[in-house]
Design a protein around this ligand. Structure first.
Ligand code: ATP
Ligand code: MG
Length: 392
């Protein structure tokens, strides 16, 4: 079967009134973004309050569907056969052959659901339903009509052209990127943070990201790995502005001045501060991390509280109650896992203490930080020397 268009079905939540236009425009924008790398020419448009993707001959069907499955806000993707209106007798023939080709195993029930956008068409919707139903029954004797719970709903939309569709491929759900502002993801090379970014993006939030590296202790390849992860997340989340912060001097300085057991937690606090600086500058409404309660020493309830205490923006931790296994499942589904497990050094693991504190107290940590007289200067330099990469 050759499909010429896709009808895009989207969720109705939050799209009343003015929001509806914003929602649809964001959806159209993101569909165009994901289709830019797909073979073929596409026209994405809104018509009669619906979103369509028209495809020029020779496009790659599988790739197109795969790309559309990554667009948040889509709940269903309907492949459409578009026909010229050559009169009703011709339409009957086309519909019969559509049903025959789409459903080779013909032991099924169906219902025809016609809609007339073109009011000059010489038959009513009811008449079209009845006549097409009869034509299908006449040619495919095993098929039966069931108007309440049919296996197949054949939609026939009559407009300048005639649109036939009956299949709905499930979309990812969620909300279109950009309908809920933007947030700053702290993106490491690990398994968790790309998944955390994906989950927040699914709610319509555009992403920026910040990555801290420590050259020469961490390699160029470690950085490339993070860029690759950002690129994979961008397939769902749209373009990501990635800030790459050189964290070496700050880490060495903390190492020199603070108790080693507190290294990770103090480092994490400076990461949050710096990421928040970029977040605020770009109007992000929150920050995102891949933390989950108890996963490591820096993610106990006490550690999370101490890290959180430096932030003024809300910090979203969508994986907070997830087990590693559940996170890995999502990482595999969104295809970040293979990259995440590549064995490159991470700045957190290089300066890690043998016995990190697991129950830090905020007052103690703040006391230790008082030894860091030069830190503001180092933070300023880190911010000024940050490299920005536009990941698309
Ligand atoms: P991940 O698998 O995402 O690396 P993790 O289990 O290794 O997480 P931590 O290293 O404690 O956990 O980091 C917790 C969170 O802090 C990460 O999910 C990420 O959001 C942020 N983070 C850690 N290291 C970095 C880094 N080098 N650059 C940016 N963010 C980081
Ligand atoms: Mg990590």
């Amino acid at each position: 079967m050759e499909f010429h268009s896709f009808l895009i079905k989207y969720g109705e939540i939050g799209i009343k009134g003015k929001n509806r236009f914003m929602f649809e425009d964001a959806l159209v924008r993101q569909i165009r973004f994901v289709l830019k790398d797909v073979e073929g020419k596409f026209l994405v448009h809104k018509t009669y309050g619906r979103v369509y993707v028209d495809c020029e001959d020779g496009y790659d069907y599988e790739e197109t569907v795969e790309a559309l499955k990554r667009v948040f806000g889509i709940v269903g993707i309907c492949p459409v056969v578009r026909l010229d209106d050559k009169g009703f007798e011709e339409l009957k023939k086309e519909v019969v052959s559509y049903m025959g080709e789409m459903y080779p195993n013909k032991d099924l029930t169906f219902k025809v659901e016609a809609r007339r956008s073109k009011k000059t068409y010489p038959m009513t919707s009811m008449e079209i339903n009845a006549a097409l139903g009869e034509a299908i029954l006449g040619s495919h004797a095993e098929m039966k009509v069931d108007v309440h719970k049919p296996d197949v709903r054949l939609n026939v939309e009559v407009r300048e052209e005639i649109y036939l569709y009956s299949e709905i491929i499930p979309g990812p759900g969620g909300m279109p990127i950009g309908t809920n502002g933007s947030a700053m993801l702290l993106l490491s090379g690990g398994i968790d943070s790309p998944v955390a970014g994906y989950m927040i993006a699914k709610r319509g939030v555009a992403l920026e990201a910040t990555y801290f590296h420590a050259p020469p202790y961490t390699s160029e390849r470690a950085k490339e790995k993070v860029v690759d992860l950002a690129r994979q997340v961008a397939k769902y989340a749209g373009p990501i502005k990635l800030h790459v912060v050189n964290f070496t001097d700050i880490q060495l300085y903390i190492y020199e001045k603070c108790p080693h057991a507190e290294l990770t937690i103090i480092m994490r606090r400076y990461m949050m501060k710096i990421a928040e600086h970029f977040a605020t500058a770009d109007g992000c409404l929150g920050m995102i991390t891949g933390e989950s309660i108890g996963q490591v020493a820096s993610q106990t309830m006490q550690s999370l509280a101490v890290t959180n205490a430096v932030c003024t923006l809300p910090v979203y931790r969508p994986l907070i109650g997830f087990d590693k296994r559940d996170i890995v499942d999502i990482a595999e589904k969104i295809e970040t896992y293979e990259t995440s497990i590549l064995p490159f050094e991470d700045c957190c693991t290089i300066f890690v203490a043998k016995h990190p504190v697991t129950r830090p107290e905020l007052a103690r940590i703040e006391e230790s930080e008082k030894n860091l007289e030069k830190i503001e200067e180092l933070v300023k330099t880190a911010i000024e020397t940050t490299e920005v990469i536009d990941v698309k």
